[in-house]
Design a binder for this molecule. Structure first.
Ligand SMILES: [Zn+2]
Length: 240
């Protein structure tokens, strides 16, 4: 799972939550719009709306606000929830397979990070807070949504997140840093991540936070990111 940082410069209150007791799931309610288009909307609208994450139609994950910080997404629950918005192709609110898979993985990772039980209140819908039809795919038909009245979509999702948490802890061990690893600070606003050590390799992401990253392997002027996201050109970094 790869997360691209595309932090907002507007509608980001920069308030750290003192507690995080749930992950709140949403739909963007704008069929066929992309994750980046929704992110750009948050960044320019005069309305006070934003989200920690947005998942796109291809399963891409944008982080708009670091998940330790408050976003303006879930009304009175903003102070204790991480918000995740999902794109969708049409007005049924059904997610693409790729969006759904990313939503399961991201939610599982956040539940692990904040020690939440998805099947015991650790994952909620916007609907649970305000009765808004959001996300529509997980709201029962009797309330205007696209789920069955016994909430089969929603229950399956919570089950899938719980399963992913179990899988995640066994199948995907965190790789230990190699002894010759070192840290660098990115010095440019946007630094492309590539599949291999050179500009001929495909772009797999972009670093936009001028943050500190750990390099575990060096090849010429290129360094391999510890996260597994790919390689970056060290000419745009300062070694720490
Ligand atoms: Zn919502």
């Amino acid at each position: 799972m790869q997360i691209q940082n595309a932090y907002l410069t507007h509608n980001r209150p920069k308030t750290r939550r003192s507690r995080t007791t749930a992950i709140a799931v949403h739909w963007v309610a704008n069929p066929n719009s992309t994750a980046m288009a929704n992110r750009n909307y948050f960044n320019t609208t005069s309305r006070a709306v934003s989200s920690n994450y947005i998942i796109g139609l291809q399963g891409e994950i944008l982080c708009c606000i670091p998940d330790e910080e408050t976003s303006w997404c879930t009304n009175e629950a903003n102070s204790y929830t991480v918000s995740v918005e999902c794109c969708h192709p049409d007005w049924t609110g059904c997610f693409t397979g790729k969006t759904y898979t990313s939503l399961v993985k991201l939610t599982a990772r956040l539940c692990q990070k904040y020690h939440l039980d998805p099947q015991n209140g650790g994952v909620i819908r916007h609907y649970d807070v305000t009765r808004k039809i959001c996300p529509k795919w997980f709201v029962p038909a009797s309330r205007g949504g696209s789920d069955t009245n016994d909430e089969r979509h929603w229950k399956q999702f919570l089950h899938d997140v719980a399963q992913q948490m179990q899988r995640g802890s066994t199948a995907i061990p965190t790789p230990a840093a190699e002894p010759d690893s070192y840290r660098v600070r990115v010095t440019v606003d946007a630094l492309r991540i590539r599949k291999g050590a050179g500009t001929s390799y495909a772009i797999t992401g972009c670093i936009r936070d001028k943050g500190v990253y750990t390099i575990i392997k060096t090849c010429g002027n290129w360094g391999k990111l510890k996260s597994g996201a790919g390689w970056i050109c060290l000419g745009y970094c300062r070694k720490l």
